[in-house]
Structures are given as C-alpha cells and as structure tokens.
Ligand binder design. Structure first.
Ligand code: 0X9
Ligand code: ZN
Length: 298
C-alpha cells in the first residue's frame, strides 16, 4: 500500500496520483505532460481552487533517481502539508511533478539503488543515461558537466535531447504567464540554492533571493533544529550548467530554487524511512515560506 512515511514504488505513486485526482475532484487535477524514454506517462498534479488567480508555483521531485526522499516530499507536500498549504491555495496553484525521472527511479528500485541518470541509450552502447539536471538549455554542457556518456554528469547529445527534459520544458513554456516560482527538490546536503549555477556572476535579484532563502531556512530550522546553508548555487555547492533552476530563471521565472534535503552525508541517498516524516514536515515550512513570499509580490 501507498504510505507517506515509506518510500513508494513508481507503480504505487502512479496509482496514488490517480486516487488523489479522484478523491479531490475540485482541488486536484492530474495532467499527463508526455512520456518518458521508456514510455511511462509523466504526471503533474495541478492543485488549486477554481476561480483563483492564475499565479502558480511549479515544483518537481526526483530528477535524480536515487534521491528517494525527494519524491517522498512531493507526495507529502500535497496532502500532509495540507495545514500549511490550504491557505496558500486561496491565491496560488501548485503544479507538482512527483517523479521527473521515472525510468531512472524504477531502475533504482529494481536494479541499482544508486542510479542517478535517466535510462536513455547513448552513442556508447556500454553506457546508459543522461543527467537530466545537465540537459536543460542554459549554458549547455559547459561548466560542471560532461560530454562523456559514461559520466554521471553526462549532459546528453544536445540541450533538451531527453524526453523528460522536453516534457518539463514544454510544460513550463506553455504556462509561463502563470508560473511565478520554480522549485526543484534533490538530496542530499541540507542546502537551499538559488541561481546562478552556470556562472559566478550574481543573479539580478540575488539580494531578494537571498532574503527569501534566509527566511525559508529559518522556518525549516524552527521545527527540529535542522541546519541548512543557502546561497548562490555555483558558490554554495558547485558550478553546473544545463540545470533546471538556471533554465527556469533565464526563462523569466524570478524565483527559482533548488533544495538539497537531508542529510549531510551520514546516510546520504539512503536516508532511512524513519526520517521521511520530519524531513518532509520541515521542508513543507520552507516551501510554504517561499510560496508566501511569491503571493506577497503580486
Ligand atoms: O549535481 C546536481 O545536479 C545537484 N546535486 S545532486 O547531489 N542532487 O546531484 C546540485 C545542483 C546544483 N546546481 C544547481 N542548483 N543548478
Ligand atoms: Zn540531485
């Protein structure tokens, strides 16, 4: 059975998206934004009250297969985060993509727990997969990225070469009038990052982003005392190009954030299930804080 405090297989998550839409027909709509490399439908849950304004926050989880706490958070946020988000839903729509890299996620359950990339064949038949967080069309394959198919940070054969990237980019492009914030959930390191990652230059509104991140991390800390560092991605973690947050920001989404959830490396990607609940609870506060700020701006 599906459980918010356990890691769920893709099968269970897919079934859960269907049930959510059925259970809350006035609040939740399930959208199919296109198929993965292996043909699995990518579902976005649209959470919103009808008749509210068109401002929206887009959040994705599971761009990297092995980061299991990330999809767990997207599922949690929708339902268990109810208390925090009901209020926000009066003025916002959330688009939630619970698993972006579905094929990779399935592979991490069935064959290789430490799988990161998608499952698309490359020119090298020995090596499978593109790093979807290097495949977006922003400074593609330059810094912190590799053109070697066997690399864990392989950028793909071209910007947006991958179906998963295309589907997300197309969806965001077609909702540009409403999407005001982009949030992408990874693990691990306990960091809240904002652009840029492809350059050390400051983002035009970096002071504002820093304030938002500071407040979000403060809220997160208030629950269980979990410490996060925050700052521009290139300095705070390392430079990368072709990443989704920089791409969304360059498209004109001024509030773009990457979370690296618990822990700081003790268990790393293998975060125990007992930590799902506290991790998701504290992260909900941080995401709600960002959403609150977005509302205050319009
Ligand atoms: O390398 C990555 O893609 C992210 N770290 S992870 O361990 N989850 O793989 C960091 C991304 C940092 N870059 C941006 N925020 N753009
Ligand atoms: Zn990641």
């Amino acid at each position: 059975r599906h459980s918010y405090t356990k890691y769920n297989t893709w099968e269970k998550i897919a079934e859960w998206t269907r049930e959510m839409a059925k259970k809350y027909p006035n609040l939740v709509k399930r959208l199919d934004i296109g198929g993965t490399t292996e043909g699995r439908p990518m579902y976005v849950l649209q959470i919103g009250k009808s008749g509210t304004s068109r401002r929206a926050v887009f959040m994705d989880c599971g761009i990297h297969a092995r980061e299991w706490i990330s999809p767990a958070f997207c599922q949690w946020f929708l339902i268990e985060g109810e208390e925090e988000i009901t209020e926000l839903l009066n003025s916002l729509t959330f688009y939630i993509l619970p698993v972006l890299n579905i094929d990779g996620y399935v592979w991490s359950w069935t064959e290789d727990r430490m799988w990161r990339k998608n499952r698309a064949p490359t020119v090298d038949e020995e090596c499978i997969g593109t790093d979807l967080n290097r495949n977006f069309n922003i400074s593609w394959c330059e810094i912190g990225s590799s053109d070697e198919p066997c690399s864990e940070i392989f950028c793909g054969s071209a910007a947006e070469s991958e179906k998963e990237t295309q589907n997300v980019a197309n969806f965001i492009r077609s909702h540009m009038d409403s999407i005001k914030a982009y949030i992408t959930i990874h693990s691990y390191s306990q960091m809240l990052l904002y652009p840029f990652s492809y350059t050390y230059d400051p983002a035009p509104n970096s002071k504002e982003l820093d304030e938002i991140a500071k407040e979000a991390v403060h809220k997160l800390h208030s629950l269980y005392g979990t410490s996060y560092v925050y700052g521009p991605s290139a300095f705070t973690i390392y430079p990368t190009s072709g990443s989704s947050d920089d791409w969304a920001y360059a498209k004109g989404i001024n509030y773009s954030f990457t979370f690296e959830l618990r822990d700081k490396g003790k268990k790393g990607f293998l975060l125990p299930e007992s930590k799902i609940k506290p991790t998701c609870q504290e992260t909900t506060l941080a995401v709600a804080s960002i959403a609150q700020y977005v509302i205050s701006q319009y």
